[in-house]
Write a new protein. Structure first.
Length: 316
């Protein structure tokens, strides 16, 4: 237990009855009843179990035994943690308590050998972004969430001669990680994260996202050489596939490979009960946005991503 003169901060273990109260506080939306907040807690627990994730540290800040703020981390394979704090925050003591919790969350995460903590925020929620900044998080990117249905049009996409797609089979993990790292070169997609995590860690996180199917993880090859990647995952609760990652190696860009990758993604969606295709893209990644626009992917939402990195993982 650690505290200040005004409030006390504690880590709430699974055996603590206050842990559920803290989770309800973090997950409740404005106007939620206590019953709906409890349903959100159950949905989180089911999702964590479904995805083989880990509900990491749950912290609470209290005054005279009354919980005034809380924070939690959901840990993914690949040394990544997603941070959550309450939606309703008032100036003064609760504001200060939430900042203190976010700082404690980072200390706990580094002790648990996480490389990165991330938080996704509604772009209109300036208060939460200010809290994250005060607690030492950095702005990463504004993410645009895009979707297309099977009825949307496709551009003509003649594949480059010699282009093929091969499964990223279990014996190809090393080549997959090497190709992934190559596609990061000069990438405009969240470039601040490029050197913080190892490629193998990124692959582990991708594998734990959504519904994994090895048939949907493909390497594009040109004349037998790795040219790019397409990693797709199923989406829980809807008929859709998500592009977890796609990229082209620098030496082979502007040769139609990205369009060929998109064509293969759409083809897989059609084979999978005419599923919708969804993905997220960095607002500043204009080449990718132009590509997705040609494939009729339309914006459905935006989130601003903030992050904190383990001090030993930061590039020199």
């Amino acid at each position: 237990m650690d505290g200040t003169d005004a409030f006390t901060i504690e880590t709430l273990e699974e055996s603590s009855p206050r842990r559920t109260e803290a989770l309800r506080l973090v997950l409740a939306a404005r106007g939620d009843s206590s019953r709906e907040a409890q349903r959100r807690v159950r949905r989180l627990e089911d999702y964590v179990a479904q995805q083989s994730l880990c509900l990491g540290p749950v912290l609470g800040a209290s005054v005279l035994g009354r919980l005034i703020s809380a924070a939690m981390v959901v840990e993914s394979p690949g040394s990544l943690g997603a941070v959550f704090i309450p939606a309703e925050r008032t100036p003064g003591l609760q504001h200060a308590a939430t900042i203190a919790l976010l700082r404690h969350v980072q200390a706990c995460a580094w002790e648990r050998s996480l490389a990165i903590l991330q938080a996704l925020v509604d772009p209109a929620d300036r208060a939460e972004q200010n809290l994250l900044a005060e607690a030492g998080f950095e702005f990463l990117a504004e993410l645009i969430y895009l979707e297309r249905s099977d009825a949307d049009s496709c551009p003509p996409t003649p594949a480059p001669p010699g282009l093929d797609f091969v499964p990223c089979s279990p014996g190809r993990e090393g080549l997959l990680a090497e190709t992934l790292e190559l596609t990061y070169e000069h990438s405009k997609d969240c470039p601040k994260l490029t050197e913080i995590r190892r490629p193998s860690e990124v692959v582990a996180t991708h594998r734990a996202t959504g519904i994994f199917n090895p048939d949907w993880w493909l390497m594009a090859t040109l004349d037998g050489r790795p040219a790019g990647l397409l990693l797709l995952a199923g989406v829980h609760g809807r008929r859709a596939l998500e592009v977890i990652y796609m990229g082209v190696v620098p030496a082979l860009r502007r040769r139609g490979i990205a369009h060929a990758i998109m064509a293969r993604a759409v083809e897989i969606c059609r084979q999978h009960d005419n599923a919708d295709l969804i993905l997220a893209v960095d607002r500043d990644n204009r080449p990718a946005r132009r590509l997705y626009g040609r494939w009729s992917l339309g914006e459905v939402a935006r989130r601003r991503a903030w992050f904190a990195a383990h001090p030993e993982r930061r590039p020199l």
